[in-house]
Design a protein around this ligand. Structure first.
Ligand code: ZN
Length: 505
């Protein structure tokens, strides 16, 4: 009885399962490839005269069809009844390549098989003749991940390739290849597919799929917007399109897409830019809080601000600030790939752009902005707690110190957080004197590499090389003199602070 129930449950799941669009519409032959006509022409002509190279290098951005083309080439080479240069898609070899079961197509992910031992293992196997096809095809994906030693071992194979073997190396970063490898491969550069090409392709797919998804029409503007967001990657654009089938709008518009992805409308981006330009950090943090609470993602926020800035730059509006802001936003997008706290990356980018702009533009507009000096609580990135000993510091000095903290925080957030507790007692072109309140903060800032980091950041930012003096604030309890030797040693080893002493019997 139980067996019957389980069977029914599984069959219900199977009925509900939809194959993803990018899998369903994955190009199966050369004619179906979108936007890579220049690559297809060369491969087609080589196939027509049966002049195949022993190694191909497919370079291009992710999602541009490198691996798909490698599989189509494998089919075209090994097809049992090819129609000209195209694979027939019907024979046993074509079908097994599509299923991933073709014994003479070996796909290797170089990201996880990058060691010299992996390539030596490959070298031992390439000598065997193909079992079913004319050629044995090795597709090495992410080939730039191979180690230097692995590349050297691979070079040996390329210098004396077995006659029945073809290597296809796919990579997003060809500049990481040794020239000796590149010179032995036939190189094909895959390009980002242009937005109109992607939009036309998506329009066709929408037409084929909308009835089965009970969807209505879609605006061409929305399709163009998908194409721009996916940055020339067809696979990403199909994934986005798939989500739009289910939002229940007819027609689906560009605004619906923006809502779905949390992309800012132009006027919201403009509001953020004006807060950055005026140095209103409190307002900026509140606006960001509001946007994040309403479900916007940091990645799309950054992307939409970059897009809006491009529009403003093309219109010739305030190029100085826009360029600086654009640089900060693009750096933030780069950092977003590995940073564990995306929101902090966003905060830091906008705050930095704001502070740098004010610091570098001492004009009347900037001067008026300085009345909106950031409240300490608005600078959340570097201030985990309110400053303990910070005495008020003069306005320009405060701005300069904040700018210094942001610069240090880009690479050493821990040090920036530590320094945010410091009081700037003196700062001119010859000396910067910082006073820290606890022995731990004092010792941390006094480490030799910390001092040089701070001095380098000052030199970068302000072109000055003042002598850095770090002091322990007066009135702070000296840990070294009052506690037993064991405690003193622990303080020396680990830093820290005595909070309270409990007498135990
Ligand atoms: Zn075939």
């Amino acid at each position: 009885m139980k067996y019957i129930k389980y069977t029914l449950a599984f069959s219900t799941l199977a009925r509900k399962y939809h194959m993803s669009l990018y899998l369903k519409y994955r190009p199966r032959n050369f004619s179906a490839l979108v936007g890579q006509g220049h690559v297809v022409t060369v491969l087609k002509n080589a196939l027509a005269v049966h002049e195949l190279n022993h190694a191909y290098l497919f370079c291009g951005p992710r999602g541009s069809g490198k691996t798909t083309t490698a599989r189509i080439l494998t089919k075209a080479i090994n097809c049992l009844s090819p129609a000209g240069f195209e694979p027939c898609l019907q024979c046993a070899n074509c079908k097994s390549v599509e299923n991933g079961t073709f014994l003479d197509m070996i796909e290797i992910d170089a990201a996880s098989n990058r060691r010299v031992e992996d390539i030596r293992d490959l070298r031992d196997k390439v000598i065997f003749a193909p079992q079913l096809g004319r050629y044995k095809i090795y597709i090495i994906d992410e080939a730039h991940m191979l180690t230097k030693e692995a590349f050297n071992a691979f070079l040996k194979m390329l210098e004396e390739p077995p006659a029945h073997t073809i290597f296809i190396l796919a990579t997003t970063e060809p500049e990481k290849f040794p020239p000796t490898i590149i010179s032995r491969c036939q190189r094909h550069n895959f390009r980002r597919v242009s937005p109109p090409e992607i939009a036309d392709y998506l329009k066709k797919i929408w037409g084929l799929e909308c009835a089965s998804h009970n969807a209505g029409q879609i605006d061409y503007d929305a399709l163009l917007a998908i194409a721009r967001i996916s940055d020339g990657a067809l696979r990403d654009s199909l994934s986005l399109l798939e989500q739009l089938f289910y939002i229940g709008k007819d027609p689906v518009t560009k605004a619906d897409l923006h809502d779905l992805l949390g992309i800012l409308p132009p006027d919201t981006s403009d509001l953020l830019f004006s807060l950055v330009a005026s140095g209103d950090l409190t307002g900026l943090c509140h606006a960001l809080d509001h946007l994040m609470d309403s479900g916007a993602s940091v990645s799309f926020l950054l992307h939409s601000m970059v897009e809006r800035l491009k529009e403003l730059l093309l219109q010739g509006q305030s190029a100085t600030l826009n360029l600086r802001l654009m640089e900060c936003l693009i750096n933030a997008l780069e950092k977003l790939r590995w940073h564990p706290y995306p929101r902090q990356v966003l905060d830091l980018a906008l705050i930095k752009a704001s502070c740098l702009d004010r610091q570098m533009r001492p004009d009347p507009v900037t001067a008026s902005c300085q009345s909106h000096t950031p409240e300490p609580e608005s600078v959340k990135v570097f201030q985990p707690q309110s400053p303990a000993v910070n005495a008020p510091i003069s306005e320009p000095e405060g701005d300069r110190f904040q700018a210094l903290l942001f610069r240090i925080g880009e690479t050493h957030p821990g040090l920036a957080a530590n320094l945010s507790q410091a009081h700037v007692s003196d700062w001119d072109s010859t000396e910067l004197k910082l006073v820290l309140s606890t022995p731990f903060e004092y010792k941390y800032a006094c480490l030799p590499d910390r001092k040089s980091l701070i001095e380098n950041a000052i030199s970068d930012l302000f072109g000055e090389q003042p002598r850095l003096t770090v002091e322990l604030g007066s009135g702070v309890k000296s840990a070294a003199s009052e506690y037993p030797p064991l405690v003193k040693k622990a303080l020396e080893l680990f830093g820290g602070e005595i909070v309270s002493v409990i007498n135990q019997p």
